[in-house]
Design a binder for this molecule. Structure first.
Ligand code: HAM
Length: 436
């Protein structure tokens, strides 16, 4: 029997050209998180299923988790998200850790989903979370961090928007104002979550199933039409939904003070599929008409630590996936060409006698931080330049016999075509020429 060469459905083999792109995304994530003072953490690939059962929600646990029984009869899951692991870890150090706790990670996660554009069974997800931060300030720090990250790729408010809602507002609307039971409210919430994915007629058809009274339906449809913070303010006033539900005035004021109003938009259909959110919820949406999807989701959760017997500690965070981020950057032409590797110099020799001095020079240059690629055999001149091009070398040098005798090396910069001959031992000058 011959085996398939393809990876497991919905997962990727990351060949060097793809891994280069992923590393490029990861580097920006590391840099941005550290610019905001977030510390890296990591956790295990496997967790007990109960960890997700506690607060993540039925869809994730019943439909998306990869689970198995281990040899010790434990019910184990491959992590489908990082937040429960993070909460578990924070619960261990909660009592002694100085506030706020700011952590980030880039774990790979697995969810049993139907593979399609922007959705795979394995993805890497940039997670940034802050615990014990002041309400609103913590949320705005997370927004700023996400915006800074996307700006570092050259994106701006014409490329993406942050769609915001508040879980308590949705709860208040469905349970207090529309008088729905917890169970029906949850189902309607799930339908809201799917609003953007469903054609209008299909949405209304599914709404009909709820048999809402005229008043209930009227209120719900009025809510669904809200499309700006200004409209929302009028709606909140008209229905006497006050600051105990959502201190919207402070939120809106801060959006102005942080100069984020061009990025932040109110969207009544943002409710988020995960059950633990209790406050602000948001998704970052691509504005490109061919890629209208979320590349990031997050929100505030007050009570996640309680499942570990700890006092509530408010947290806010986000998850931003590598697959959706790459699609986003590609759809706006913001992904640089990384089809070739990058090396500073291809160092080679024409006759076998040149091998040892070449390797010595290569090592000396590496010690200076120069990325040096060597050939493992003598090469003819006509082979060297195409090879340098393929391997993304900025400079090239071929030690020939004459140079060896004279202790010299000629180095050519392939971009500028400038060629300079150096003394073999003048490492400072050689390094400067290559790295300039
Ligand atoms: P989430 O909305 O499930 O949130 O995922 C966040 C992001 O991860 C999505 O917007 C998307 O970019 C990416 N993502 C999720 N599932 C897939 C998939 N199957 N394939 C490709 N990309 C995917 C969470 O996971 C929360 N735990 C985030 C969070 C952190 N909330 C607070 N802190």
């Amino acid at each position: 029997m011959t085996l398939s060469k393809l990876p497991y459905k919905g997962t990727r083999d990351l060949f060097p050209s793809e891994k280069r792109v992923q590393n490029f995304l990861f580097e920006k994530m590391h840099t941005t998180a550290q610019l905001f003072g977030y510390e890296p953490y990591d956790g295990p690939l496997l967790e007990e299923v109960d960890l997700y059962r506690a607060k993540s929600g039925e869809e994730l646990v019943n439909e998306q988790i990869y689970r198995f029984i281990d040899r010790g009869e434990r019910e184990v899951a491959i992590r489908p998200e990082m937040t429960p692991t993070l909460a578990r870890m924070v619960a261990q150090i909660n009592r002694e850790a100085p506030r706020p706790i700011r952590w980030y990670a880039i774990p790979n996660l697995m969810r049993y989903e139907r593979p399609q554009k922007g959705r795979l069974r394995e993805h890497w997800q940039f997670n940034v979370d802050i615990f014990g931060g002041k309400e609103n300030l913590a949320e705005f720090e997370i927004f700023s961090l996400a915006i800074t990250l996307l700006q570092s790729f050259g994106a701006n408010a014409s490329h993406f928007e942050i769609l915001v809602n508040h879980r308590k507002l949705v709860d208040c609307l469905l349970k207090d104002k529309m008088k729905l039971s917890d169970e029906v409210a949850l189902k309607l919430c799930k339908l809201l979550d799917r609003y953007k994915k469903l054609p209008e007629a299909a949405f209304l058809e599914q709404l009909n199933v709820f048999n809402l009274s005229k008043d209930q339906e009227g209120l719900f449809l009025e809510y669904l039409k809200l499309n700006s913070f200004e409209n929302l303010q009028l709606f909140l006033d008209a229905h006497q939904i006050g600051s105990a539900v959502w201190d919207f005035k402070t939120f809106f004021q801060m959006a102005k003070e942080f100069e984020l109003t061009s990025y932040l938009h109110y969207d009544p259909t943002i409710v988020r599929g995960l059950d633990y959110y209790t406050g602000i919820v948001f998704e970052i949406f691509d504005k490109h008409p061919d890629n209208r999807r979320a590349l990031c989701g997050g929100g505030a959760y007050d009570r996640l630590l309680e499942i570990f017997g700890e006092k509530p500690l408010p947290g806010v965070g986000l998850g931003l996936g590598d697959v959706t981020l790459k699609d986003f950057l590609q759809s706006h032409g913001l992904l640089p060409d990384m089809s070739r590797p990058t090396n500073d110099i291809l160092l080679t020799f024409q006759l076998d006698g040149g091998m040892a001095p070449t390797m010595r020079l290569a090592q000396a240059l590496r010690a200076q931080g120069v990325r040096v690629l060597t050939t493992l055999e003598a090469l003819k001149l006509n082979k060297i330049f195409p090879l340098a091009e393929k391997r993304g070398a900025k400079c090239v040098s071929i030690l020939d016999d004459q140079e060896l005798i004279a202790n010299k090396v000629a180095i050519k910069n392939l971009k500028t075509a400038q060629q300079v001959t150096f003394d073999l031992h003048d490492l400072g000058a050689i390094t400067k020429f290559i790295m300039d």
